[in-house]
Design a protein around this ligand. Structure first.
Ligand SMILES: *[C@@H]1O[C@H](CO)[C@@H](O)[C@H](O)[C@H]1NC(C)=O
Ligand SMILES: *[C@@H]1O[C@H](CO)[C@@H](O)[C@H](O)[C@H]1NC(C)=O
Ligand SMILES: *[C@@H]1O[C@H](CO)[C@@H](O)[C@H](O)[C@H]1NC(C)=O
Length: 181
């Protein structure tokens, strides 16, 4: 009796494994890849009432700057379709930057791209990781997403596209490549 039972049980397990594998493969091939170029309208001048990135905490007795370890910034940049600030709105880049390198070179980025345009309205992309803030191209991971971008994974590059030093107004191009279902 026992010897009859064992092969049957193996057969069931084998079929379950085959089924699980084919379901997994079918899901993997459903992955889509989306590439986006987003333009962040960024004003970082300290004391400007229109600033979109503001230091909110830092080490007591030290200046709160991008190059000072421990400085925490909160940001809410307007995102546009092209570099022109008057071009159609795509969404907002809301989150935080923390100067996380003791030498002041690396910034830890935690940003949600919150889409408000017609195509992706209500969906988000989560960008998180170290940005070598003085490199001309900074690559940061895309770790997750919501809505259309559920299960998103990928990477984003940041480039300073335009910078006006006196007003600290800059346009940052963020290219996103994500795979999602
Ligand atoms: C802030 O924005 C308003 C409205 O766009 C503008 O009139 C004003 O000049 C800006 N202030 C500064 C300091 O840039
Ligand atoms: C995005 O969704 C909100 C809330 O559902 C809605 O009020 C808004 O009109 C939508 N925007 C676009 C561009 O579709
Ligand atoms: C970002 O995308 C644009 C095209 O939209 C391209 O010209 C540019 O080279 C890209 N930047 C990087 C760092 O890949």
């Amino acid at each position: 009796m026992a010897t009859n039972f064992v092969p049957k049980r193996h057969t069931i397990l084998f079929l379950a494994l085959v089924l699980a594998t084919t379901t997994y493969l079918a899901k993997a091939t459903d992955l889509k890849e989306t590439q986006l170029s987003l333009y962040f309208q960024d004003i970082s001048a300290f004391g400007n009432p229109n600033a979109t990135v503001i230091p909110v905490a830092g080490i007591a007795g030290k200046a709160w700057t991008f190059t000072q370890f421990g400085t925490v910034y909160v940001t809410d940049d307007y995102i546009t379709e092209t570099s022109d600030p008057k071009s159609p709105e795509v969404g907002r880049a809301q989150g935080m930057y923390v100067t996380a390198g003791l030498d002041g070179l690396n910034s830890h980025v935690m940003i949600s791209v919150v889409f408000t345009n017609k195509e992706y309205n209500g969906s988000t992309i989560q960008i998180q990781g170290i940005s070598k803030q003085f490199d001309s191209v900074r690559e940061v991971a895309v770790v997750a997403g919501t809505g259309i971008f559920r299960f998103a994974r990928g990477y984003a590059t940041f480039e300073t596209y335009f910078l006006d030093i006196p007003t600290q107004y800059s346009v940052i191009r963020c290219n996103v490549t994500v795979q999602h279902y």
